[in-house]
Design a protein around this ligand. Structure first.
Ligand code: N01
Length: 534
């Protein structure tokens, strides 16, 4: 039940992993808080991503909060890679355990927020025509919550149902016996395609860029293993918060060039059989040396040719971009799916999609009749979710204007940006975010923000704001590290190249989560160096 109070100490956007923990921490500090959530329940991306096959590609024992030892002891994961439903159940359990729902306003969207200089408050406008006032305005929108449905001509005339993987309905979608078209084969498409194929009358996959994917080889955890992780809670927490990746994945400190080609292939083979991200951890120069990168790419292409029986289809599935420069994907029977008789692969790079028709889809050379269309076409990442809200700081300048539509993003630590006092971003642009384990990154940001607010309160201060110099230096540092890697060489959502007209920029901090955390702590220990406190 939502009360009539319109003024809060803090307003938080979103009730996913970020918003839930932020709410909990700020309530512990005695603040009045309101979370605004578009969905009708908690979960964030795990609320929306209910498509068939949706699961996480981070090990479940690391894909959770560690702020409460009791919570860690109470919750039991069932398998290495948790399914969407299990993660959603977990977040519901957290919301109940910490009694979070009473401060969350569901089915409501924040449309705009303006900083009001006269009273040092944020005025937050909601889509129901009301508004809230708050001293602190905190974004928990996530990096991948703005779904991208490409602007295909004719979609409005399509007679069948269409869905985006990131906005999937709660009711089961019935594919049985139907002609289904899936556009896109990133992590979402690769997970959904094998499941949809099992049910569909016929499935046509429209692929623009072939992808590297690795078998997940998911398995159920044994009760002994679970007990061991619970007994080792402190160690799990340490790994999540002190390692470079936040998830226990350890990259072997050995160059692929220091071993013979035979040994390299054997190492890849062993990792392939192990499944999961073992392959990405085989050598320390996989993502920095193009020759090494090509060797793993060639290894995976060999696997595709082995698995896929039709040589023409296999050929279309062979990726040729630098491995890992798009997010590596884990799958369960993805390449095998193309051996099914009810599955067709269409290469829309050589035969582009021209329009959606009332009865299906037309490429330059063919017409496909479809009953259902699935868009697994990804997200306007990093800045997309923030730009969907008209956020305005000092002098009425919007975030979009300040960042020139994404061409000139400048943040300090990915947490704050100059001209936007008391505005915090959890896992914002230029923080490690999606290239480390998200729950680790989220807990670290939330703790840092909560500590900062506690510091302001203890010192009778009202405002914290990054200086332009500090953010300029941080952004430069981020870009310099990114330029040393292969990531910037490929078109992907990491670089913004997946969105038509979006300026290209790499907005993820790559200096390592351990180093990043140390840097954040140093800054707070020096009285929030690089911020103006007043
Ligand atoms: O999106 P994507 P996603 N015409 O951008 C294609 C996380 N995630 O939702 O490669 C035709 O990767 C596009 O083609 P191309 C994870 O971080 C995690 O799959 O641009 N095709 C591509 O094939 C992931 O990286 C999990 O040429 C078009 C696909 O659509 C991120 O979310 C599960 C097109 C989009 O792939 C995004 O993954 C799911 C067009 N106009 C997601 N536009 C876990 O396991 C786009 N495409 C935790």
């Amino acid at each position: 039940m939502i009360d009539k109070v319109k003024e809060f100490d803090a307003v938080i956007i979103g009730a996913g992993f970020s918003g839930l923990y932020m709410l909990h921490r700020l309530r512990e500090l005695g603040l009045s808080v309101r979370v605004i959530e578009t969905g009708n329940d908690v979960g964030g991306v795990w609320y929306w991503n209910r498509y068939p096959g949706a699961k996480c590609d981070i090990e479940s024992i690391y894909y959770n909060y560690t702020f409460s030892k009791e919570l860690y002891q109470e919750w039991t994961w069932t398998s290495k890679y948790p399914e969407q439903e299990e993660i959603l159940n977990y977040l519901n359990y957290v919301a109940d355990k910490f009694d979070l729902r009473k401060d969350i306003q569901f089915e409501t969207r924040i449309t705009a927020a303006q900083y009001e200089e006269t009273n040092n408050q944020w005025n937050v406008e909601l889509n129901n025509g009301t508004s809230l006032k708050a001293k602190y305005f905190i974004s928990g929108v996530g990096c991948l919550s703005a779904a991208n449905v490409p602007n295909f001509k004719g979609l409005d005339r399509f007679k069948g149902n269409w869905y985006h993987t990131g906005n999937w309905p709660k009711e089961k979608v019935d594919f049985s016996g139907k002609r289904i078209g899936v556009i896109g084969n990133g992590s979402s498409g690769v997970q959904a395609i094998p499941e949809i194929a099992k049910e569909a009358g016929h499935l046509t996959v429209f692929q623009r860029t072939p992808q590297y994917t690795i078998p997940a080889r998911n398995y159920k955890y044994s009760p002994e293993f679970i007990q061991k992780t619970k007994d080792n809670y402190e160690e799990i927490r340490r790994i999540m918060h002190e390692s470079p990746t936040g998830n226990g994945l350890q990259i072997r400190n050995i160059s692929a060039l220091s071993v013979s080609p035979e040994e390299r292939t054997q190492t890849y083979e062993k990792a392939w059989q192990e499944g999961g991200f073992a392959l990405t951890s085989t050598f320390n120069d996989l993502f920095t040396n193009e020759v090494v990168n090509e060797s793993v790419g060639e290894f995976i292409r060999g696997k595709i040719k082995e698995i896929v029986k039709n040589p023409e289809t296999a050929k279309k599935l062979l990726p040729n971009y630098l491995f890992g420069t798009k997010r590596p994907i884990l799958d369960t029977g993805y390449y095998e799916t193309f051996n099914r008789e009810n599955v067709t692969l269409v290469d829309v790079k050589s035969d582009p999609i021209v329009e959606i028709t009332p009865n299906g889809l037309r490429t330059e050379n063919e017409e496909y009749e479809l009953d259902v269309l699935v868009f697994a076409t990804g997200y306007d990442g990093m800045t997309g979710p923030l730009f969907r809200i008209d956020i305005r700081g000092r002098d009425g300048v919007s975030l979009k204007e300040k960042w020139e539509d994404g061409a000139a993003v400048r943040t300090y630590l990915g947490i704050a940006t100059a001209g936007f006092p008391n505005f915090f971003m959890i896992t914002g642009p230029e923080s490690p975010s999606v290239l480390v384990n998200m729950p680790s990154a989220i807990e670290q940001h939330v703790d840092w923000i909560a500590d900062c607010i506690a510091y302001l309160n203890q010192n009778n201060l009202d405002t914290v704001e990054s200086t332009s110099e500090a953010e300029e230096a941080w952004s430069k540092h981020c870009r310099e590290i990114a330029e040393m890697t292969l990531y910037v060489k490929t078109d992907s959502w990491y670089t913004g190249a997946n969105i038509e007209g979006k300026p290209r920029s790499f907005l993820i901090y790559l200096g390592g989560f351990d180093y990043y955390k140390q840097k954040c702590n140093e800054i707070s220990a020096k009285g929030y160096e690089g911020f103006v406190l007043s």
